[in-house]
Ligand binder design. Structure first.
Ligand code: ADP
Ligand code: MG
Length: 269
């Protein structure tokens, strides 16, 4: 649970990559950042994580400064209560699933505490029965779930997803998106999801069935089915080559539909 504020953040390598970026990222939501390859998405996440030092500007979490170029304040990454999930999973091949998840955890935990925490995280991603396997014995989707469990196990406030689903096939990606969305909400986490792939980014959250006359960008789709999820319906809509999942209050039958996207929730740079 953390709201992030970036104020006039800049970073150059050979040339400018991030230039005076000011941005507020709301807490307990998934915010998607979309940009082509080389546009500075990973650089931005790394600055938020504390792995790359900005040249100028400020970053705050819940109005507490974690980086301030003017005062040379730079909170170490380990104290920022965040986790990152990458496209290539970054699992240790010589460690089992449970060893991979345990690896990131604080060393001061007792053995039973450690086991409980690891098991809890593996249960969140439905991989408890796979805990003794090695990464090579898992599918791509399962490996990405291990990476997600490893992130969750550290009990972060914030998870940064760097093209985390880009390597997965569309069907698996869709399924993991739903799982990630449910986990982020259940755990009251904040998530930033960067991708170069627009449909991937649009799937998580801010798509709604369009009202007539909306000023927002709209997409034409075909409803596949609506599944009751307890307090809402998960309506599958085929939009071009992609299946979107839209949270709706009512079920929809198979028919063409117009979807709109809240542009305030989709940030392009
Ligand atoms: P994206 O994640 O959007 O593909 P990156 O943030 O990885 O983009 O990279 C943005 C630009 O910054 C690229 O031109 C890249 O070459 C450059 N860059 C990123 N990291 C470094 C680094 N550590 N040293 C030098 N140049 C870098
Ligand atoms: Mg990148």
């Amino acid at each position: 649970m953390v709201a992030i504020k970036l104020h006039e953040l800049s970073k150059s390598f050979q040339g400018p990559v991030i230039n005076q970026l000011s941005l507020t990222i709301p807490d307990q939501q998934i915010t998607a950042l979309i940009g082509p390859s080389g546009s500075g998405k990973s650089t931005l996440l790394n600055m938020i994580a504390g792995l790359t030092t900005p040249d100028s500007g400020q970053i705050s979490f819940d109005n507490q400064p974690i980086f301030d170029a003017a005062t040379h304040w730079n909170q170490p990454p380990a104290q920022r209560h965040l986790a990152m999930v990458f496209q290539d999973f970054a699992l240790w091949p010589h460690m089992t699933v449970q060893e991979n998840v345990a690896f990131a955890l604080e060393k001061h935990l007792t053995k039973p505490e450690l086991t409980a925490q690891v098991n809890w995280a593996l249960e969140q991603v439905s991989l408890i029965d796979f805990r003794h396997r090695y990464p090579r014995e898992l599918s791509g989707g399962q490996q990405q779930r291990v990476a997600l469990a490893r992130a969750l196990a550290t009990q972060p406030d914030l998870i940064l997803f760097d093209e985390a689903l880009s390597a997965l096939d569309p069907e698996l990606r869709t399924r993991l998106q739903l799982e990630i969305r449910a986990l982020i909400h259940d755990q009251h986490l904040t998530a930033i999801f960067v991708t170069h792939d627009r449909p991937e980014a649009l799937q998580p959250e801010y798509v709604a069935v369009s009202q007539a006359g909306t000023q927002q960008p709209t997409y034409q789709g075909l409803v596949q089915r609506s599944t009751f999820m307890g307090d809402h319906f998960d309506t599958y809509v085929q939009v071009g080559a992609y299946d979107w999942h839209v949270k709706t209050q009512l079920p929809y039958t198979t028919a063409p539909i117009t979807l709109s996207i809240d542009p305030h929730q989709i940030l392009t740079f």
